[in-house]
Write a protein that binds this ligand. Structure first.
Ligand code: SER
Ligand code: ZN
Length: 506
């Protein structure tokens, strides 16, 4: 979209401008329009595209300036460039610029406008006009907002929204990479229903949450031990513990703050831990038997962030703002210290689409070559595991990178050939659907950039991650192999052994 910017601002001066300075100001305006604003702009760009002062009037201890521009030396950039120049000029007359008050700021965007573009809630926007290939945004902004590049960010945001709206109904990016041999499956039930029937799991009291009994837990641990033996051990991943409560600052740097809001489990803190402050809440419960949620809402601060969502972002403050020694790369680590949480709403299904789940997250950091190499090694190992050990019917596909999807960007296949996400999907014989049960991603420099991590060599630093979903592995495995443990692939049968019955009911 082609942007145009126009801006009117009042400059508050420390005293009246003397008659003698007026011609100098006129000259400064001319000079700004012909040379100052053209600085850094390619020669072939037409004048119309470049910022210019269209009017400048002096009255008493003040000036009113109007500027217009296309995409080059945008009106606000031009204003600040001119201020610097003007400050020198006025200084010679012992006049200071006290303040800049923005009277009007108008952005106009020309181009194709998709139908369901929603702009009414944009921050700083006082009025929106949409029509005939044209969007106008009237802003209420301060000079500080302009210095903070608010107009540029708004234009970028509107363009992103237009791209997303235009992309609309089209399917997500999905490109097949590998398909395993077909496998015969005699079992044709939904494994969750069968797990419930056998008492392996029970619905917990929160939405999309299960209590896993001994057998289900045993299967999780069976898979985990396999991952340790086949992947973590041979490739030299070392265990760490990543926090599971994620403050906004982490998500601001990881990019999740751009789009993850509909799926967060929000976390709040008490305004005080003074028992007297909370007494009425406890009393209310004691008398009514109900927890007074509205009362509690008044007594907490935040949300300060949310529960773990993507698992790897919480690691990055560990090395944020540092320079890594060349010889510690590639670094390979993993976390399996807790749950991830997503508000799945209507999407909940079985044990595989839940609000609380368990995942082993592998994370690696290195040069671009080292990062891609680690991903390739993982693909090899996973393939062996799923073909030879778990004997699954599965496939892998290149999809929209998770770090883009989680920011609310739809569709794209990533920023380059080497950067992106591969999903692993297993066939579910009972429905004929495919279930994504893990992924491998090369995330490029996104995280080192977001958390300001450098490398001694001064070269590029990349990272990758792979999320191994234990509920998803279990759902895929049981859907294909069923519950006759003796018929399971030998290695799984051996590791699973006999899961004890703990509870008997009368
Ligand atoms: N962090 C990645 C994701 O959320 C891999 O687990 O998908
Ligand atoms: Zn990750």
């Amino acid at each position: 979209m082609q942007p145009r910017f126009s801006l009117t601002a009042d400059l508050v001066l420390s005293r009246e401008v003397p008659e003698a300075a007026l011609p100098e100001i006129d000259r400064a305006v001319q000079e700004a329009n012909t040379t100052l604003f053209r600085r850094g702009v390619p020669r072939e760009v037409p004048d119309r595209e470049v910022g210019r002062i269209t009017s400048c009037t002096v009255s008493g201890p003040g000036m009113t300036i109007t500027l217009e521009s296309g995409g080059y030396t945008r009106a606000h950039d031009a204003l600040f460039r001119f201020r610097k120049h003007l400050a020198g000029l006025l200084g010679r007359h012992r006049i200071g610029i006290r303040e800049i008050e923005v009277r009007d700021y108008l952005i106009e965007l020309q181009g194709e406008i998709p139908e369901d573009l929603r702009l009414s809630t944009l921050p700083f926007v006082r009025e929106v006009g949409i029509g005939e290939g044209r969007i106008t945004l009237a802003l209420s902004v301060s000079a500080a907002d302009l210095e903070n590049r608010v107009p540029d960010r708004l234009v970028r945001l509107v363009e992103e929204k237009a791209e997303a709206a235009a992309y609309g109904g089209k399917a997500e990016h999905w490109e097949l990479l590998y398909e395993s041999p077909k496998r015969e499956s005699r079992f044709r039930e939904d494994p969750t229903a069968e797990m419930i029937r056998r008492g392996w799991i029970k619905h917990a009291l929160s939405r999309g949450q299960w209590i896993h009994g001994a057998q289900s837990t045993r299967l999780f641990r069976t898979f985990e031990s396999l991952v340790v033996q086949e992947i973590i051990g041979p490739l030299g991943f070392t265990e760490m513990i990543f926090p599971k409560l994620v403050p906004w600052e982490v998500w601001m740097k990881s990019g999740h703050a751009k789009g993850v809001y509909p799926e967060i489990y929000y976390v709040s803190t008490p305004k005080t831990r003074d028992p007297a402050y909370w007494e009425e809440v406890a009393d209310h419960f004691k008398v009514t038997g109900e927890v007074p949620v509205n009362l509690i809402r008044d007594k907490v601060d935040g949300p300060i962030g949310g529960l773990c969502y993507a698992q790897c972002p919480s690691f990055w403050p560990f090395i944020g703002g540092t320079t890594l020694a060349n010889d510690c790369l590639p670094a390979r680590i993993f976390d399996r210290s807790g749950t991830s949480h997503r508000y799945e709403s209507g999407g909940i299904h079985g044990i595989e689409r839940v609000d609380e789940f368990h995942r082993i997250e592998l994370l690696w950091i290195g040069t671009p070559e080292q990062t891609v190499e680690t991903a390739d090694l993982l693909h090899e190992r996973y393939r062996h595991l799923f073909d030879e050990v778990l004997e699954l019917e599965w496939r892998s596909a290149r999809v929209t990178p998770w770090f883009m999807a989680q920011e609310g960007i739809i569709g794209g296949e990533g920023t380059s050939e080497r950067i992106g996400t591969t999903d692993y999907e297993a066939c579910l014989p009972y429905s004929g659907d495919w279930l994504e049960f893990q992924n491998v991603s090369v995330n490029g420099d996104k995280y080192p950039r977001g958390f300001n991590v450098k490398v001694q060599s001064g070269g590029d630093l990349w990272s990758g991650c792979s999320g191994i979903g234990l509920e998803r592995w279990t759902a895929a495995f049981l859907a294909q192999k069923g519950f006759d443990v003796d018929a399971w692939p030998a290695e799984i049968r051996r590791r699973f052994g006999d899961a004890p019955e703990i509870f008997r009911f009368v």
